[in-house]
Write a protein that binds this ligand. Structure first.
Ligand SMILES: Nc1ncnc2c1ncn2[C@@H]1O[C@H](COP(=O)(O)OP(=O)(O)O)[C@@H](O)[C@H]1O
Ligand SMILES: [Mg+2]
Length: 437
């Protein structure tokens, strides 16, 4: 491999172990590190971690054997740029290397621009300030860069499709197509032709030759929504397409090869379907290389105000439009079985019903929200099963409110103290104490 890479203009230095590689990295700032995962001595992920600590911009490529794909995913989480499964063609390695280099070039060009544009509470159009969403954004940032197949799971309306689009638009494939297919919306008999295309006369009604979604998504991303609804026969065909990246159009025997990244989504418990035998386990593992789980809205209620503001901006023509206090409390208390989609609909409806009033009230909300239990006067607190550290929790709320009041008053401590109904001296004391935490 070293020799062949040398022939392609790369300057290669070999190391016979992870330890040796780190020694070499001490002496020279390499651009790229290519490593196996399971080695005697240091594990590949440790090598990558140590290398990236020294050189955050280093490109790390993992070469992994069958059965260690899970490890490779771990490695991507640790910052590896991509992985290649053994056995592989040399061209594949070259392709991955050039892609990673190009990506890094673009990244450094864009880093400045991006830092200017980036908003804190969103990633590619997905909004969220809650802790689970912040963690999600970080995960998405990492997985978008890789090529691995992703399975997005979550209840209906949690944003599975927005997430799939965000991954595509933040991936090196963004210049190519994002093709979406809802597998449950198409009759089983037509689904195969929809996925792989068909030739003229393949079945009644197949008047011409048509490209399938896999072909349309060439060099881009294919989003397969509701994969849990597929028949076992079709699961088999999808498995092959995923494994070999090749398939035949219905009614044809010519093999077509494509370069497609697949993102699948489901709101059913595929894992359970696997144990019940209704979903192929091998396909499940192929799809579930990286799992992105979207939490239901009721588990991240801090996101509700952010989303409400966003949807008001979309639906209301009056820029001053806002929700009354009790309206917001009703939204915060409701369990949202339909998640963000239901919230979006509720706001759209409320905007239509409030007939141009600036303040939207409880009576503008859908009936199921008006009967909500007496809204609590205190904010909703997520209380984990294993409890929480009360003083630390209260301090974090205090710190958050103080920071927000200072932000709102542009750092004016007098006004900030006024907003919080405390004396300026108390505010200064608290700042000192919280800062020392
Ligand atoms: N985090 C979010 N930020 C902004 N809009 C969201 C978010 N999550 C969902 N939405 C919106 O909610 C609706 C449902 O999202 P969608 O991705 O179709 O859900 P799912 O596919 O999980 O049923 C869409 O209109 C989407 O734009
Ligand atoms: Mg959907």
């Amino acid at each position: 491999m070293a020799e062949r890479l040398g022939g392609h203009g790369f300057d290669v230095v070999e190391a016979e172990s992870g330890e040796k590689a780190l020694e070499l990295l001490d002496q020279f700032a390499f651009d790229i590190i290519i490593t196996d995962l399971r080695m005697p001595g240091m594990h590949g992920t440790q090598v990558i971690e140590a290398a990236r600590e020294r050189y955050p911009g280093i490109i790390a490529i993992v070469i992994t054997g069958y059965g260690t794909v899970k490890d490779a995913v771990e490695a991507i989480k640790m910052g590896a740029s991509d992985f290649i499964a053994k056995p592989f063609q040399f061209d594949e390695l070259l392709h991955v290397l050039h892609k990673a280099l190009e990506q890094r070039r673009l990244a450094s060009e864009n880093a400045y621009l991006r830092s200017q544009l980036e908003e804190r509470y969103q990633f590619g159009g997905i909004l969220g300030r809650s802790r689970p969403m912040q963690a999600l954004f970080q995960l998405l940032e990492t997985v978008a860069r890789a090529n691995a197949t992703i399975l997005i799971t979550g209840e209906t309306g949690t944003g599975k499709e927005v997430v799939a689009r965000a991954i595509h638009h933040n991936s090196p494939r963004r210049a190519n197509r994002f093709v979406a297919l809802n597998c449950s919306a198409i009759p089983e008999t037509l689904l195969e032709a929809e996925l792989f295309g068909h030739v003229r006369g393949a079945f009644t009604g197949a008047v011409g030759t048509r490209q399938g979604r896999f072909e349309q998504a060439h060099k881009g991303t294919l989003f397969l929504d509701e994969v849990g609804t597929m028949s076992t026969a079709l699961q088999m065909k999808l498995l092959r397409a995923l494994q070999e990246r090749e398939f035949e159009r219905v009614g044809d025997n010519q093999t077509i090869k494509v370069d497609v990244r697949v993102i699948a989504a489901t709101n059913s418990e595929l894992a359970r379907m696997v144990s019940e035998g209704t979903f192929r386990d091998d396909l499940y593992y192929r799809l579930n290389v990286i799992n992105v789980q979207l939490p239901p809205l009721r588990d991240r209620r801090e996101d509700i105000p952010v989303l409400v503001k966003h949807f008001l901006g979309r639906f209301a023509t009056d820029p001053e439009a806002h929700l009354s206090q009790s309206g917001m409390r009703a939204l915060m208390a409701y369990p949202w079985p339909g998640n963000v989609r239901q919230l979006e609909n509720a706001i759209e409806r409320a905007v239509a019903l409030c007939a141009g009033r600036t303040e939207i009230t409880v009576s503008d909300l859908p009936p199921e929200l008006q009967g909500a239990p007496a809204p609590a006067a205190t904010p909703f607190v997520d209380f984990p099963d294993d409890g929480l550290d009360l003083p630390a929790y209260l301090a974090s709320i205090e710190r958050d409110l103080i920071n927000r009041s200072l932000a709102r008053t542009r750092g004016n401590r007098n006004k900030a103290a006024e907003l919080l109904r405390i004396k300026r001296t108390t505010l200064v004391e608290k700042l000192k104490r919280l800062g020392a935490d």
